[in-house]
Design a binder for this molecule. Structure first.
Ligand code: MG
Length: 302
């Protein structure tokens, strides 16, 4: 552990008691313009993550500690996840599509249009146990050429979508967001949490997932008290771990902020990895960080 800083956990509520881990946060790699989209692959024990403005996906190997380029020319991939078959699902925000990398390495387009119109720039994605794929579509990848390809929004709004596991149909499941961003299911997958980055303040809303793949509810569930929310994950106890500009904020299932993990750089996203899903991987600005914690991620995919 050469490149470490003290792990700064901040207790705000008794329910955060006992949630901690390593004494230090380890910086595994640095050299990105903007990291995002950490995806852990348990079978191979590696982590794929995005370096968005450099248009590449990186791969960090848990068994050797080596980092290399996984894919140069990634379509400015942003958020990602792993499906139940162990395949990488990517939000290629520059290519304005969601893709799946097959076991043979070929790339399949899962969604690039809605009602004939090109998507804006898919940002983050999650897979449900039934195989449905849910993603957010703010315009960050088309606003400028910095982290995508500048272009017009054909849809003219920022929706949340679901890809049907049987038909591949792309449907809108939420249309009243300003900038939908990170999203994650509760452990029982009956609730879906979705961040709205632009809200004032930035916040997370909670929806009930219906059997037919629609969402109901949608009330504001958690507020961001420092900067804005981006990616989020849920642990096995249903707590929400959300990326903010000062670190990771942890919320009880009822939405109360119970603690923080302060980080050296602004956090974009995180995931639970390792054989026990208790290794927290954090993408923050130029770097990839990790520490082992006393909780476990909800499940794969996460
Ligand atoms: Mg995001």
């Amino acid at each position: 552990m050469a490149d470490v800083t003290p792990a700064q956990f901040e207790l705000l509520d008794d329910r955060f008691t006992g949630i901690n881990g390593d004494y230090v946060v380890e910086r595994l790699w640095t050299g990105a313009r903007k990291t995002e989209g950490p995806v852990y692959f348990p079978a191979g024990r590696y982590l794929v993550f995005s370096d968005i403005p450099n248009d590449r996906l990186m791969r960090w190997d848990e068994t050797t500690g080596a980092t290399g380029v996984f894919r140069a020319g990634s379509g400015y991939a942003n958020g990602g996840t792993i499906d139940r078959q162990g395949r990488l699902i990517s939000c290629e925000q520059g290519n304005r599509r969601v893709t799946r990398t097959e076991h043979d390495g070929t790339v399949t387009v899962l969604a690039d249009r809605w009602e004939g119109k090109r998507l804006n720039s898919p940002n983050d994605v999650v897979v449900r146990a039934d195989g449905s794929i849910w993603f957010t579509d703010p315009p960050y990848g088309i606003l400028t050429d910095y982290e995508g390809n500048q272009g017009e929004s054909e849809i003219g709004a920022s929706y949340v979508y679901r890809i049907d596991p049987h038909t591949g149909a792309v449907t809108v499941v939420a249309e009243d967001f300003q900038r939908p961003n990170g999203l994650a299911f509760s452990p029982d997958e009956k609730k879906l949490y979705i961040a709205d980055t632009r809200g004032e303040p930035s916040h997370i809303r909670v929806f009930d997932v219906q059997d037919d793949g629609t969402l109901t509810g949608g009330k504001i569930h958690a507020l961001c008290t420092f900067g804005r929310f981006d990616g989020l994950r849920v642990d096995a106890a249903g707590r929400i771990w959300a990326a903010t500009w000062e670190g990771v904020h942890v919320f009880a299932p009822d939405g109360d902020l119970i603690g923080k993990l302060l980080m050296p750089e602004s956090v974009s996203n995180l995931t639970f990895g390792g054989p026990k899903r208790n290794q927290l991987y954090i993408t923050a600005a130029t770097s990839l960080y990790t520490l082992r914690v006393t909780v476990n991620g909800a499940q794969y995919p996460a």
